[in-house]
Write a protein that binds this ligand. Structure first.
Ligand SMILES: N[C@@H](CCC(=O)N[C@@H](CS)C(=O)NCC(=O)O)C(=O)O
Length: 196
């Protein structure tokens, strides 16, 4: 049985989206990131004290996008790679999403939406958004050349990148200069499995 630890209002949402895409039965254990995830019991599952974590029949994994790469390859059929070229490209876009995109998105999200008003810092939020100019331009240009990031179809590469970017509108990150990216993000996030 597959168990996915983490509440839907956390990075576990990325893996819940993937689990719904692949259509395998799973249990969602709603471990909360504040408190429960740091318990000694949960640290036996993820020593980092963070969610999500996956238990796939004894294979225990942390890191949301690594979990998705595993699920896509094992259960996802066309969502996963058809060959080594696609595998490499899917890994490339997934690592790019967490290194190039996520820090700026999270700074804007934390300091505009998530933190209590008194702890928000508008300068950090704006700096986070400014940091995104280069990677967002890269993604927009890529999506001018193709509809999907890898293999001419929706795959884990699109899901992983879109799942990092999907909070951008909530974080009031301006995407209007990136029309091809906006079209693609809409196509990803309106998939039935993305909506929960
Ligand atoms: N890189 C990790 C980040 C996981 C992460 O930071 N999760 C947050 C919830 S969205 C968490 O558990 N925070 C608790 C903490 O940092 O103590 C991933 O993508 O899975």
């Amino acid at each position: 049985m597959i168990k996915l630890y983490g509440t839907p209002l956390s990075r576990a949402a990325r893996c819940l989206w993937m689990l719904r895409e692949v259509g395998v039965p799973f249990e969602n254990v709603p471990t909360h990131f504040a408190g429960e995830a740091q318990s000694a019991e949960f640290r036996k599952i993820n020593p980092n004290g963070r969610v999500p974590a996956l238990d796939d029949d004894g294979l225990v994994l942390f890191e949301s996008l690594a979990i998705n790469l595993h699920l896509a390859e094992k259960y996802g059929k066309d969502l996963g790679p058809r060959d080594q070229t696609e595998r490499a490209q899917q890994v490339q876009w997934s690592i790019w999403a967490v290194t190039e995109l996520e820090p700026g998105v999270i700074d804007a999200f934390l300091h505009r939406v998530m933190l209590p008003e008194a702890q928000r810092n508008a300068k950090l939020a704006d700096a986070g958004e400014a940091k995104l100019a280069r990677p967002l331009a890269v993604l927009d240009a890529e999506l001018g050349r193709r509809d999907w990031l890898v293999g001419g179809r929706f795959t884990v590469a699109d899901l992983n990148v879109a799942s990092v970017l999907m909070v951008a509108p909530i974080a009031r990150i301006d995407l209007t200069s990136f029309p091809r990216l906006q079209r693609w993000l809409g196509a990803c996030t309106t998939r039935p499995a993305a909506r929960g």
